[in-house]
Each structure stands twice: as structure tokens, then as C-alpha cells.
Design a protein. Structure first.
Lengths: 233, 326
């Protein structure tokens, strides 16, 4: 398992490296002292797990995550601000409090190894890190029913949450799994798993009723694709 | 003499019980006032109740006087009234009897009330003053700055790393940490310490932060000798330096220099902490809890004679300045 250590304090990096050396299954492939360095290392080394400090000069660990397309497994390391990590309780993230206890580290590593990694770079995007105001989420994309374009942003319909993603729908669409997501019209992409009912509308349009959600209109051009797809699938 | 024709035994048989009843009624009123907290009522609510009570008391005394007079003299008109108002009709005499009794009661209640209200007000003020003092003490205790837990745990984490590689530095770090902690804990006992003492603690604090930030943290001091004995709130300079590191040095990739100066100008100590800061500080308007508490502490200890100002007008630089009387 490839690991990257991100912390602005050299002593903290050195200590974590030393602790990780005790685990033969983990190989520390690099380290970074700030957000920009970390982004480069992640793109270059594609680590399986990143140990990430929250407070760093020139941007926090959260800033790093919002900049990444493909977020590796993250373990936050922090001295005291559990409150910052608590924002993630929805997704039950891993975090370690510094000074790190060896037993806690062992437990965390066991947990990570027990869950499959999704590090393959050409596979479709499976989850997104989103920060909307004070709240943060790791959103599993298969749970999102509709993506709606709002200017240069995208509003997700995810259960009861409506987080706003800081990138355009066009940029996001190319990274989505084409087997699951379908462009319904100029401003919306829908999750096919969430479609409850499809009705024919005027002039070749389609009306799609989403489970626990709105009715989406499929434009004429996309409706043809949709029908072709349905008959094939 | 107007009373000459009246035997004293008969007069006392009438006025004795009436006086006793008056004392009883007054006590009853006093009990009602206490029981129902009339003294805490707004002025007009109190006035209304007191007028009603006085009327009731006067009426009771009046009826009692009539009854006793009837029993003793065979007429409801007490002889004293006859002596004063013998030219009036008996109805007029009775009316005047009531007015006399009413005046006596009103005067009595007024004197009692004036005294009671004044006593009540005095006690309330005393209580208020005590409350104010207690509140101030509690506020000071609450505002007292302590070492930031984030700093403590980061220091411990760095220390853990040093133990294996550089045991000598680790030992020094333990000494600094112990001294900083002891100072922080003891600062609860004293409000003011000498600047000299505070500077020692700030040195310990800076030594620990240097362990963490390595060469990113540089310090420059300019302390005028006459400032060393000036007494300042404990942990005040530490708060300013911590702020400078947290929002300035630690937020900058290359780090920077914290400049600490102290001088006395016109009987005023001027403490300044200057540090570089990131240009794009997003929360420019929000002053940290640490500085807000320090400002509040200065206000409680020195009133308007002390001030704390954070100057962010220059791009890329922050200056915290404290002025307090020598």
C-alpha cells in the first residue's frame, strides 16, 4: 500500500514516517509540506492513502481535497481540531490525533486494507469531495440522483442534501460513469438508477420521474439517444 | 381645657383599644407589604395599593371608634370631635372624625413607607455592587488566556519525534514546555506580572514553536530596559505572539520574522508585535477570540486607560499594539 505524508512540520512528517515504517504492508512513497506540493505528489505517485494535516500554510487539507479529481483514501492527522474533522461525521472519515498513538494507527491501517481501493486512474469517478460553506462531504456518486448546472457550478441532488460543487457540469460529465449517468438536457445529468418512470411528452420529448425527486424533461435530441440506449440495454 | 369635662377612665376605654387596633393594623400592613413584595413594585402600582390599604385601615379604625364610643358614651360621635366641631351637624362631625383618622393613618403609613423604601433601595444597591464585583472577578478568570491546546499537542508531537533523533534537543524542549505550562497555570493566581517575567515565558513559547516551524520562524526583539519592571496582564504578550505566529508565520510558506518591541513613552507602556501575513487573508474583519479576550481583560483591569489595536492596513503585515499606564 503506497502512502503519502502531508504535513507542514518536518518533525511531524519524520515521526509519522518512522511510525509507518513499523508496518511492512505500508510503503511511504513521498511527503509534502504544503497543498500545492501535495497535489503534485498525488497526481504523480497516485498513493493509496494520504495522511493529511489540516492546517497548512497556503491552504488547508480541505482545500487540497476540493482541488483533486480523484481523491485517494484520506486519513486526517490533527493536533486538536476534532471539530474540523467532525464536519465529516456523515461519511465517518478516518482521523488520527497528534501525537499519534501506535495502536490507533494500526487500527486505521487495518480498516483501510479491509476496504477495496479505487485508485485505478482511468476508471470513472466514484466519489467527490465537496465543501459547501462550512460543511464538507465525501459524496459517493452512485447515490446522487441529479446534477443540475448553476452557472459555473453544479448542484447535486443527494438524498436530503443539495451540496454545490465548484466546477462546471461539462467538466464533471466527462469523468462520470457513462453506464450510470445520462445527460437529459442542457443543464441536467441524471442517474439512471434513480429513474422511476418515463413518459412520452410533446414533440418527441420525454418526462422522467426521479425516485423521491423532481420530474426531469429529456430534450428531443437526448430522448433519441435515451431510447436507443434503453433498447440496447 | 377641652378634655376637662371628660373623665380619663372613659377616654382611655375608647382610645386605648383604638390605638391598639392601629398598631395591629400597621403590623398587618407591614406583613402584607413583605409577603407580596410591594417594595419591588413599580411606583404607581405601589402607590395604588398603599392608598387602598390606607383607606381600608382608616375605615376599620373609624368603625371601631364609632362602636366603642357608642359603648362608652352612648353616642357614635367621640367627644373629642364634639369638642372641636360642636357647631357642625352630627353627620358633619362624623365626616370630620373619619378625615382625622384618615390623616393619622396616612401620615403613619407614609413615614413607614419612606423608611422601608429607602432601606430596600440601599440593600438593592449594596447587592448590585457585590454582584458587579463578583461578575468582574468571574469575567477576568474566564478571559484569562491559557496555552492553546492545539499548540500543546503539536509541541508534544514534535517532542515525540525529537526523542529518537535528537535527545539533547528533546530534553531542552521538555524544560521549555514545563516552564511555559507552569507559567500558564500560575497566571490564574495573579492578574499582573512584570514584563520581564512575561518575556521569559514568551521565550519558552517561541523556543517550542521554533522546534515545530524550524527556520520558518525568526524573532527580533527590541525591549527598552525601563520597560522590564512594568506590570502587565499575565499571558498578554504571549497571546499577541501566538496570534502573530498562527495567522502570520505559520500561514506563510517561507515563514517570516516576528518583531517584538517595548518602550515607555509619556508614562505609557507601548508593546508592539509586528509580523508578516498572507495577502489574501479571507477573514480580515474577524478578530480572533484570543485578542478579543485580551482587549476585554485590559478594559476590566485598566478601564479606558489601556488599549489594544490590531492594525491590518498595510498589505502583508499585521501590527498588534497595546498601550497601558505605567
Amino acid at each position: 500500500m503506497k502512502a503519502l505524508v502531508v504535513d507542514d512540520e518536518p518533525l511531524a512528517r519524520r515521526e509519522l514516517r518512522r511510525m509507518l515504517d513499523a508496518f511492512p504492508s505500508v510503503k511511504v512513497v513521498g511527503e509534502a509540506g504544503n497543498v500545492d506540493e501535495a497535489r503534485l505528489r498525488i497526481e504523480e505517485l497516485s498513493p493509496d492513502v494520504v495522511f493529511l494535516d489540516i492546517q497548512m500554510p497556503g491552504g488547508s487539507g480541505f482545500d487540497l481535497l476540493t482541488q483533486l479529481d480523484r481523491v485517494p483514501r484520506i486519513v486526517f492527522t490533527t493536533a486538536y481540531d476534532q471539530y474540523a474533522v467532525k464536519a465529516f461525521d456523515v461519511n465517518a472519515l478516518d482521523y488520527l490525533l497528534k501525537p499519534i498513538e501506535p495502536e490507533r494507527l494500526a487500527t486505521t491501517l487495518r480498516k483501510i486494507q479491509a476496504t477495496p481501493s479505487h485508485a485505478a486512474t482511468d476508471a470513472p469517478l466514484e466519489q467527490l469531495f465537496i465543501r459547501d460553506g462550512p460543511r464538507c462531504w465525501f459524496v459517493p456518486l452512485r447515490e446522487v440522483s441529479v446534477f443540475t448546472s448553476e452557472g459555473n457550478y453544479v448542484r447535486l441532488l443527494w438524498g436530503k442534501e443539495r451540496p454545490l460543487l465548484g466546477r462546471s457540469l461539462a467538466a464533471l460529465e466527462v469523468k462520470l460513469d457513462p453506464m450510470r449517468f445520462f445527460r437529459a438536457n442542457r443543464s441536467q445529468v441524471v442517474n439512471l438508477d434513480f429513474i422511476e418512470q418515463v413518459e412520452l411528452g410533446e414533440g418527441g420529448r420525454l418526462h422522467v420521474q426521479m425516485r423521491d425527486g423532481p420530474e426531469i424533461e429529456v430534450s428531443r435530441r437526448q430522448a433519441r439517444l435515451f431510447r436507443a440506449r434503453s433498447t440496447v440495454g | 381645657m377641652i378634655f376637662a369635662s371628660q373623665p380619663w377612665s372613659k377616654a382611655s376605654a375608647l382610645w386605648g383599644p383604638v390605638s391598639l387596633a392601629g398598631v395591629g393594623l400597621t403590623h398587618l400592613l407591614r406583613w402584607v407589604i413583605r409577603r407580596h413584595g410591594w417594595l419591588s413594585l413599580p411606583p404607581f402600582a405601589l402607590l395604588g395599593r398603599v392608598i387602598a390599604a390606607t383607606l381600608l385601615m382608616a375605615t376599620a379604625s373609624y368603625l371601631l371608634t364609632q362602636a366603642l364610643s357608642q359603648a362608652v358614651y352612648g353616642t357614635p360621635i367621640a367627644p373629642i370631635t364634639t369638642a372641636f366641631y360642636h357647631r357642625l351637624s352630627s353627620t358633619g362631625q362624623l365626616r370630620n372624625l373619619f378625615i382625622i383618622i384618615l390623616f393619622v393613618h396616612a401620615a403613619w403609613v407614609a413615614i413607614y413607607l419612606a423608611f422601608a423604601v429607602q432601606r430596600h433601595r440601599y440593600q438593592a444597591e449594596l447587592h448590585q455592587a457585590q454582584l458587579g464585583r463578583a461578575l468582574q472577578t468571574a469575567e477576568l478568570r474566564l478571559l484569562k488566556s491559557q496555552l492553546n491546546p492545539h499548540f500543546l499537542f503539536n509541541a508534544l508531537n514534535g517532542l515525540r519525534s525529537l526523542i529518537a533523533d535528537e535527545p539533547a534537543r528533546a530534553r531542552d524542549a521538555v524544560t521549555h514546555l514545563a516552564r511555559a505550562l507552569r507559567y500558564s497555570l500560575a497566571s490564574g493566581d495573579e492578574d499582573l506580572v512584570s514584563l520581564e517575567r512575561e518575556l521569559e515565558m514568551v521565550d519558552d513559547y517561541l523556543a517550542l514553536e521554533s522546534m515545530r516551524l524550524a527556520d520558518r520562524l525568526r524573532v527580533d526583539r527590541d525591549i527598552a530596559p525601563e520597560t522590564r519592571t512594568v506590570r502587565i496582564p499575565a499571558m498578554l504578550l504571549q497571546t499577541l505572539v501566538e496570534n502573530a505566529i498562527k495567522h502570520g508565520i505559520a500561514a506563510l510558506r517561507p515563514g517570516g520574522t516576528v518583531r517584538i518591541t517595548a518602550q515607555v513613552v509619556e508614562m505609557e507602556l507601548i508593546l508592539r508585535v509586528v509580523n508578516p501575513r498572507p495577502d489574501d487573508t479571507t477573514n480580515k474583519t474577524s478578530v480572533g477570540v484570543g485578542l478579543r479576550n485580551a482587549t476585554e481583560r485590559l478594559r476590566l483591569l485598566f478601564g479606558s486607560r489601556a488599549s489594544l489595536r490590531l492594525d491590518l492596513s498595510q498589505a502583508g503585515q499585521a501590527t498588534a499594539e497595546v498601550r497601558l499606564p505605567v
